[in-house]
Design a protein around this ligand. Structure first.
Ligand code: ZN
Length: 692
């Protein structure tokens, strides 16, 4: 049984072979697991990466977390299911394919909708599974036979059923609203799909003359003077004494020389600028609300292509910036520019293509949120769903407590079409991913999988999608399955570079996990990253930790070689022997057994609490410092003593076997490789029993 290990550990020779062995065993599928007394299920639905994705450090970290948990629970006898899959990622994927077309000098409009969608499917066929294969390189033990895609046939059915359910309930309605519009993607975006950037701008103070006495004026301050061409009122706060007598009077809108009223509205902030604000209903969400309350007209001066419309009169066809220059020039000429101040404000950009967002009215579909939000709040308040760390509940509650109806329509082409006659829009990509934990298990059918594996156990996710995704899964699940989607939400740390900056491919501050795997092996990458997951702090990535992981793997390999070299012929019976059989254990024998027992207890306790770093440290300390540094040195002497030889051989085997079990969830490849060559019970290490 015990054959020798190669002189040095070579991950590139081992990993693929071991992964194939696992796949062949069928153990990734919980139905194939050897019968165990404890038949409880443990389920994780993977956060589906976009089909446009390629593995970055964030994916790698989350994959390691999930695989460590799955492997640990599998060894504890749970029926473990890790469901993999990908997201069609509406805007993101459409943009990638559009970029490809651009190289051929084409736009999606040249192709037409049908041909374009065909192109996207082709693209998905070719590239869409790349990222899943990259997960395999890390050792992920997902049940690949259950791989799902958010646009596969059954999934599309689930989306349609969900939409129609809301629609029948009267929770979906259409209407014209000012939405966040990306002129490049030509679609609406939700508030969560914007990236705000702090920018230095200017605040222009403009004089609007009073019609009744043109030597008097009201001064309004604005950061976007070009929008004055769409003004239909000036508003003041009803409590503002400065303007008490002016409410109801008319002003002359400069340049267009149009009469507009002064109105009083409680939404106006007394302390901003002069206290009087221009109202452009079509190009500002707050102004839209004011316009609705006061029945104001709402000329659209900026079009969906981001250019000035005919309504803007003198600026038709210009970009908003060209229009701004022209407006300022005119105002200056007419002496209506009071002053200009430096002003820092944050402006919204499209999270997919980085174009500046133009708020504008458009016809959209909305999902009423009040009932759904209430349910989602209750599930977390009651403790039914727990966030770990708990502090992340705050942003969840903040968002849900101030929720606006969800604009679920998008004007792009790639996605789930809204299932209503004559509607061309597609659904927000998050509408479909909100169904992920139960749609992947077969909902709306009443499947065995749902019965057995739902609710899922834990969701491990990044913090930036708590509201975009996690909250929406929670209310969707409560509404459609009457159950929570998962019991715990582990919000994992963010991997930053050494200076604490975000890793970004385009900025050149990223680190490619596949390169690291090539250089050090997957186990070293896994251990080096797990080493830093404390649960509370973000990770400042340094390669030194991966190097440490690599050194640790070498240490394990060398210690295993020593143990195997010293196992006698009798060792093949070791798995059946019991410790009790050895009566004359030395003081050192007893000590290492005690230390092992303590390590088993602490590693398990910490893994249950998602303390990966602490678990990794305990097992590292035990193996390196107690076993290798101390016990193996003592064993060298004990092996020379005939009376102690057999018990020492047995203990070396016993400690190594149990260490491999403790290490397996963290570094699965090397431990399985050594296990295969060591006398063992339990078949493969992936399904060996967790030590007690
Ligand atoms: Zn965009």
């Amino acid at each position: 049984m015990s054959s020798e290990l190669e002189k040095t550990y070579q991950p590139n020779l081992t990993e693929e072979k071991i992964y194939r062995l696992w796949e062949k065993s069928g153990y990734f599928n919980p139905e194939n697991l050897p019968a165990k007394k404890n038949k409880k299920s443990f389920t994780i639905a993977i956060p589906p990466p976009n089909i446009t994705g390629s593995l970055h450090m964030g994916h790698a970290l989350n994959a390691i977390i999930q695989d460590t948990l799955i492997r640990y629970k599998r060894m504890r006898g749970f029926k473990t299911l890790w469901i993999p899959g990908t997201d069609h990622a509406g805007i993101a994927t459409q943009n990638v394919v559009e970029k490809q077309l651009k190289k051929e000098g084409l736009t999606r409009f040249d192709l037409g909708k049908e041909k374009f969608i065909e192109k996207v499917w082709q693209w998905k066929k070719e590239y869409g599974d790349i990222i899943l294969n990259q997960f395999k390189k890390l050792g992920c033990s997902c049940d690949w036979s259950k791989t799902r895609f958010t646009m596969d046939k059954d999934y599309a059915k689930a989306v349609e059923i969900a939409f129609k359910y809301y629609y029948k309930k009267g929770w979906i309605y259409e209407g014209e609203r000012v939405v966040n519009w990306c002129p490049r993607c030509r679609t609406s975006l939700s508030d969560l799909e914007l990236n705000y950037k702090e920018e230095k701008g200017k605040l222009w103070h403009i004089k609007y003359l009073l019609k009744s006495s043109p030597n008097k004026c009201v001064i309004v301050a604005t950061t976007r003077p070009e929008t004055m061409l769409g003004d239909t009122a000036v508003a003041v706060n009803p409590k503002d004494k400065r303007y008490k007598d002016l409410v109801g009077e008319k002003l002359i809108l400069p340049i267009l020389n149009k009469e507009i009223p002064i109105i009083a509205d409680r939404a106006v902030d007394l302390n901003f600028g002069t206290g009087a604000v221009k109202v452009t209903p079509s190009h500002d969400p707050a102004d839209w609300e004011i316009g609705q309350r006061h029945n104001l007209e709402a000329p659209k001066i900026i079009g969906q292509d981001g250019l000035m419309t005919d309504e803007s009169k003198i600026c038709s066809g210009m970009t908003p910036l060209q229009c701004r220059a022209k407006v300022l020039e005119e105002l200056e000429k007419q002496g209506l520019l009071e002053k200009t101040e430096e002003y820092t404000h944050s402006r919204p950009y499209c999270y997919r293509c980085s174009s500046l967002i133009e708020p504008m009215p458009s016809h959209q579909w909305f999902l009423k949120m009040d009932e759904l939000a209430k349910k989602a709040i209750k599930a977390v308040k009651s403790g039914e769903i727990k966030f770990i760390p708990k502090r992340f509940e705050k942003s969840y509650f903040d968002w849900l407590n101030n929720i606006k109806d969800w604009c679920i329509s998008r004007q792009i082409w790639w996605g789930h079409k809204i299932p209503l006659e004559g509607v061309d829009d597609v659904l927000d990509t998050w509408f479909s991913s909100a169904l992920w934990p139960f749609a992947t298990l077969g909902w709306p059918e009443k499947t065995e999988l749902l019965k057995e594996y739902y609710p899922t156990t834990v969701l491990s996710t990044a913090r930036d999608i708590i509201n975009l995704w996690v909250a929406r899964m929670i209310f969707s699940s409560l509404e459609f399955t009457k159950k929570i989607p998962f019991k715990e939400v582990f919000v994992h740390p963010t991997v930053l570079n050494i200076d604490g900056k975000r890793m970004s491919k385009s900025l050149g501050t990223g680190v490619d996990p596949l390169e690291l795997i090539g250089k050090y092996g997957a186990d070293a990458v896994r251990f080096g990253l797990a080493w830093q997951i404390t649960g509370n702090q973000d990770i400042h990535f340094i390669e030194d930790n991966i190097v440490m992981g690599k050194k640790f793997c070498n240490k394990i390999w060398n210690a295993s070689r020593f143990v195997m070299f010293n196992l006698g012929m009798e060792s093949k019976n070791f798995p059946e022997l019991k410790l009790k059989k050895f009566k004359n254990l030395s003081k050192e024998d007893k000590l290492i057994l005690k230390k092992l027992e303590s390590a088993i207890k602490k590693v398990s306790e910490n893994l249950e609490k998602y303390r990966f770093s602490q678990s990794a440290e305990i097992i590292y300390d035990f193996f390196w410092h107690e076993f290798c540094d101390k016990y193996i040195e003592i064993a060298k002497n004990q092996l020379k003593n005939e009376k102690q030889k057999l018990s020492t051989q047995y203990l070396l085997w016993h400690i190594l076997s149990n260490s491999l079990k403790l290490l397996h969830p963290f570094i699965p490849f090397i431990t399985e490789e050594i296990w295969q060559k060591l006398p063992h019970e339990d078949g493969m290490l992936i399904v060996a029993s967790w030590p007690k």
